[in-house]
Design a protein around this ligand. Structure first.
Ligand code: HEC
Ligand code: HEC
Length: 284
């Protein structure tokens, strides 16, 4: 009789209930642990079931550092002054460029000497400048409808060739070679504001002298000659840089300067460089 009432009697339901409860608890904890709790993350999207199970087991790849949101890459230009770029520019064939230039002279003037304030003079411009600007127009880094279309029709070698052609044309811009000449007015006491900015800059506003990069004092590769350039064009470009409409200058060096200039200063600088021939007058 005692045996009949023992714990192992087949009709005794308690062992089954006991095991059932244990198994149930196990299932609930597996579902909770792998399927629910490991799905939700504090600052990231909810995981799908398989990823959640893996994560619960500790075999996920999400042990890597959290990825930071990347700001869109916004480079001012595609051009870097690498030896291969400089070699390609130097390889420009001016004779071949003369044929390409037939597509340009309607706007930029015969042999690149502009007769209009809208179009910049290209004659005598450094080939590196022409090459870079053409690439910037082509890639949309310097937005200007017509020039974008013109530049898209040119290959890199075409650009080098046409750059060599215009660079070799006379009666345009003087070479920007950093040739130093003694020039009165290279001091901060100079009264003509344009001349003061050109040769001494304005340290209080962080403006370096224009001549430090644009020639007749120093030269920075890619900085165009300003002497003899069309005054309205110079002024317009300074405004474009100041507004950020033109933003293809490496390191923002022209945007930073132009933002500091007043409209009157822009006007005065444009006249100074184009009309007086700027410092060039004292060289020739
Ligand atoms: C339909 C007229 C037009 C034609 C054709 C044209 N251009 Fe231009 N180009 C312009 C204008 C306008 C600008 C000035 C854009 C601005 O104000 O930013 C310009 C600017 C440029 C500049 C930048 C100069 C600088 O000082 O930064 C270069 C380089 C240039 N053009 C080269 C060429 C070449 C090379 C061709 C021929 C293959 C050509 N252009 C054909 C209208 C033209
Ligand atoms: C730190 C060097 C530097 C200084 C200083 C500097 N520039 Fe520039 N400037 C450049 C470079 C480089 C470019 C060409 C930007 C590009 O790649 O499009 C440029 C472009 C320009 C252009 C556009 C010309 C064209 O043909 O498209 C104008 C106008 C200009 N600068 C005016 C000035 C004036 C005015 C000053 C003085 C107040 C000045 N810059 C000072 C480096 C300089």
């Amino acid at each position: 009789m005692a045996h009949d009432r023992g714990p192992f009697k087949l009709s005794n339901p308690w062992p089954v209930i006991g095991w059932g409860v244990v198994a149930g608890a196990l299932v609930v904890s597996v579902v909770l642990g792998f399927g629910v709790l490991s799905r939700f993350q504090q600052n990231a999207p909810t995981l799908d079931l398989w990823a959640a199970i893996c994560r619960g087991l500790g075999i996920t790849s999400d042990t890597a550092p959290a990825t930071q949101p990347q700001p869109a890459l916004n480079t001012p230009t595609r051009i870097a002054w690498t030896p291969s770029t400089l070699e390609q520019i130097a390889s420009g064939d001016a004779e071949r460029g003369a044929f390409i230039a037939m597509n340009c002279v309607a706007c930029h003037g015969q042999r690149g000497v502009s007769g209009s304030d809208v179009y910049p003079t290209l004659a005598g411009m450094s080939p590196a400048v022409i090459y870079k600007q053409l690439d910037d127009f082509r890639t949309g880094k310097r937005p200007w409808g017509v020039m974008g279309g013109v530049a898209k029709a040119l290959s890199d070698q075409d650009s080098a060739d046409v750059a060599a052609y215009f660079a070799s044309q006379p009666n345009g811009l003087p070479p920007v070679d950093g040739y130093r000449v003694p020039e009165p007015g290279r001091s901060l006491r100079e009264t003509n504001p344009a001349k003061r900015l050109a040769f001494a800059g304005d340290p209080a506003r962080g403006i370096p002298p224009c001549a430090a990069c644009h020639g007749q004092g120093g030269y920075k590769i890619g900085a165009p000659a300003l002497q003899q350039q069309r005054p309205d064009y110079i002024e317009a470009e300074l405004q474009f840089f100041a507004q950020g409409v033109r933003a293809n200058d490496i390191f923002g060096q022209m945007r930073n300067i132009a933002k500091q200039l007043t409209p009157d200063e822009m006007h005065a600088l444009a006249l100074f460089y184009s009309e007086s021939g700027g410092p060039q007058a004292s060289i020739r």
